[in-house]
Design a protein around this ligand. Structure first.
Ligand code: PEP
Length: 247
């Protein structure tokens, strides 16, 4: 049975006092669960605060080289040396705002595989692609390209997050039919690429998940949890999503 995952992507939000307040509220709530894991992807300066609080701490980004003259970047080895447990790769904000292309994303995937470092690979289509009706082909091509250097032996490191770009931060989640169609297509594609091991890869949905829509989204086939931006910034709201995941 695939493990469920609820992951908070804080993006470039929260000051250190706000992180402390988040963690203080977090400690007062009941996060117990069967077969589900909670992850937080904060700004890198707070990774150790998250780790010390006993949470799964993940980085929002990583560079594929091991060390050297790459000002402003972090390597997998550096992240691992302070106890970081996983990383987001290929978030649409990195692809669009920081011009990360499929080649760079594939290099990051390959670096994670070499270092046995777990990662969440984000994929998703833009609004115009959805309107043109080519969203399935577009997302599956992203996956083929981004995962081309990953072997079946390293598949246990992979979590996929389907995040339609038009749904991220817009308040407009994909509807249940759209989510079901894409999550099934991604599952089939993983099985095509990696054989039956593809059934074991968790597939998350991301894009305006909130307390009102979470339970319905989590009931869709092949939705193994969510990657959550805005609704993760308030621990009380995030806790409601956690409860919805167990429902
Ligand atoms: C995200 O950035 O990964 C995301 C899903 O954001 P939001 O939940 O705010 O749409």
């Amino acid at each position: 049975m695939r493990k469920k995952i609820l992951a908070a992507n804080w993006k470039m939000n929260l000051t250190q006092p706000e992180v402390k307040a988040w963690l203080h509220t977090y400690q007062t709530l009941d996060w117990s669960a069967l077969n589900a894991s909670l992850r937080v992807y904060p700004s890198a300066i707070y990774l150790q605060d998250i780790q010390r609080a006993g949470l799964h701490c993940g980085a929002q980004n990583v560079y594929f080289e091991a060390s050297g003259a790459y000002t402003g970047e972090l390597s997998i080895e550096q992240l691992q040396s302070v106890g970081v447990q996983s990383v987001l790769i290929g978030h649409s904000e990195r692809r669009l705002l920081f011009k990360e292309d499929d080649t760079l994303v594939a290099q990051k995937v390959s670096a994670c595989a070499r270092a046995a470092f777990p990662f969440i690979l984000c994929c998703g289509e833009a609004q115009d692609i959805r309107e043109a009706g080519t969203h399935l082909a577009n997302v599956l091509a992203q996956l083929s390209e981004n995962l081309r250097l990953l072997s079946s032996a390293d598949l246990h490191l992979l979590v996929v997050a389907y995040e339609p770009i038009w749904a991220i931060g817009s308040g407009l989640s994909a509807d249940l039919d759209q989510i079901t169609e894409m999550q099934q297509a991604i599952r089939n594609h993983l099985v095509e690429l990696f054989g039956s091991a593809g059934h074991q890869v968790p597939i998350l949905y991301g894009g305006s998940v909130n307390a009102a829509n979470a339970e319905a989204i989590f009931s869709c086939p092949n939705v193994d949890g969510a990657l959550v931006g805005g609704a993760s910034l308030d621990p009380l709201v995030f806790h409601q999503l956690w409860k919805a995941l167990q429902a």
